[in-house]
Ligand binder design. Structure first.
Ligand code: ATP
Ligand code: MG
Length: 362
């Protein structure tokens, strides 16, 4: 079986370091390892509209921002296909057929959708499009026969839903669609990076993000204002690591080399953590170190971003060509799906023969 990767992001804002550790970094590694047959990266504008119907301008403006974030992180359009979801209308048709295979109560049980509904205060006025977006994600994934989806932990229920649809479809209409596996980050801290405010998830919608495109000064300020251990008042107090966002970020970003480079008092993160827990290590010193670690990770990303910002026509070409290619691939799957569902009336002469036979008898 071919190894095919699909992932994406909603153009609801610029991408942040949660996206980076949760999915983007892995995508670049997978791309460069070359151990796959095809890789598709989607800017999910149609999905972004499911909770931004009144803000089409926001979605439109962020298309290019997300594309710039991709290219600056090292995604390479010569190796992979980057496309815009709404330019692949085949995905909408697939969603429409898949809707028949999912119950309302199954969607209501989806824990990610549940918490997102709460977060957005939708309660009684959930847009149907938003409620059903797990089905549209199933269309995105299956349209490319994806076998792997590198994503953060919040996407797990979406992959479960997708695979249920695949199994139901194949059982009903014959073997057509392919099941996919989520590729979660191996590092626990990256599964769901918390926000700078200590909230459960860094998220564009919560405004608690460090963006990949933030200036060095913006990053420094955000790091220095970060949530730590509220019981660690004096430097000499013993501090807590659990739930301490600064240490979670260090878990996500820091390598032993960073200590040699920026903080030679310690050999590695375990030593620094032990000192903090004993007492005698102040938050400011840890934050200054974290700032240097994040800056060193963001530096090459910033440099590439500046290069692509100076060549927007290139970025637009990447999106246009990628979307055309993605539409061709999705059309093939749609043809297979329509054939399996017996909707391919005029693709062969079978339907005409059946009808003729039926009516000639009478
Ligand atoms: P929104 O608030 O608009 O939903 P978001 O910040 O949640 O935006 P998405 O575009 O929904 O971002 O998510 C894109 C990808 O990034 C998904 O694979 C998701 O799992 C991953 N991701 C997003 N936030 C984080 C995070 N804080 N930690 C790890 N992965 C994340
Ligand atoms: Mg999200």
């Amino acid at each position: 079986m071919k190894k095919i990767i699909l992932t994406g992001d909603r153009p609801t804002g610029k991408l942040h370091i949660g996206h980076y550790v949760g999915s983007l970094r892995r995508r670049v590694e997978l791309q460069n390892a070359g151990d796959y047959d095809a890789m598709y990266v989607m800017i999910a504008d149609a999905q972004a509209l499911t909770d931004n119907a009144d803000h089409p301008e926001k979605v439109r403006q962020n298309i290019i921002q997300v594309a710039l974030d991709y290219l600056s992180c090292g995604l390479d359009p010569n190796k992979i296909t980057i496309f815009i979801q709404s330019l692949v209308p085949q995905l909408t048709e697939l969603s429409f057929y898949y809707m028949n295979l999912v119950t309302v109560s199954r969607l209501q049980r989806n824990p990610t959708v549940k918490s997102e509904i709460q977060m957005r205060d939708f309660e009684a006025s959930i847009p149907v499009g938003f409620f059903t977006y797990p089905i549209s994600q199933a269309a995105d994934i299956t349209a490319f026969h994806a076998t792997a989806v590198p994503a953060g932990e919040d996407q797990k229920p979406m992959l479960e839903q997708t695979n249920e649809i695949v199994r139901k479809f194949n059982a009903t209409y014959g073997e057509t669609l392919t099941e996919a596996q989520i590729l979660l980050p191996e590092n626990q801290a990256c599964l769901r990076l918390p926000g700078t405010d200590g909230k459960a998830k860094m998220s564009k919608s919560l405004g608690n993000c460090i963006y990949l495109s933030d200036s060095p000064e913006e990053v420094r300020q955000k790091v220095m204002n970060m949530f730590t251990d509220p019981t660690h008042l004096k430097v000499s107090d013993p501090g807590h690591i659990e739930g301490n966002t600064v240490f979670t970020y260090l878990d996500a970003f820091c390598k032993d080399e960073h200590f040699a480079q920026f903080c030679p008092d310690y050999q590695n993160l375990d030593e620094m953590k032990a000192h903090y827990q004993r007492g005698g290590l102040g938050d400011v010193k840890v934050k200054k170190f974290l700032n240097q670690v994040i800056q060193s990770e963001l530096e090459p990303i910033r440099r590439r971003r500046a290069k692509y910002e100076a060549d927007i026509p290139f970025v637009l070409d990447v999106l246009k060509a990628g979307s055309e290619k993605a539409a061709k691939v999705a059309q093939q799957t749609l043809d297979e799906v329509r054939a399996a569902m017996k909707l391919n009336y005029f693709d062969t002469d079978e339907f005409a023969k059946e009808q003729l036979a039926l009516f000639s008898k009478s």
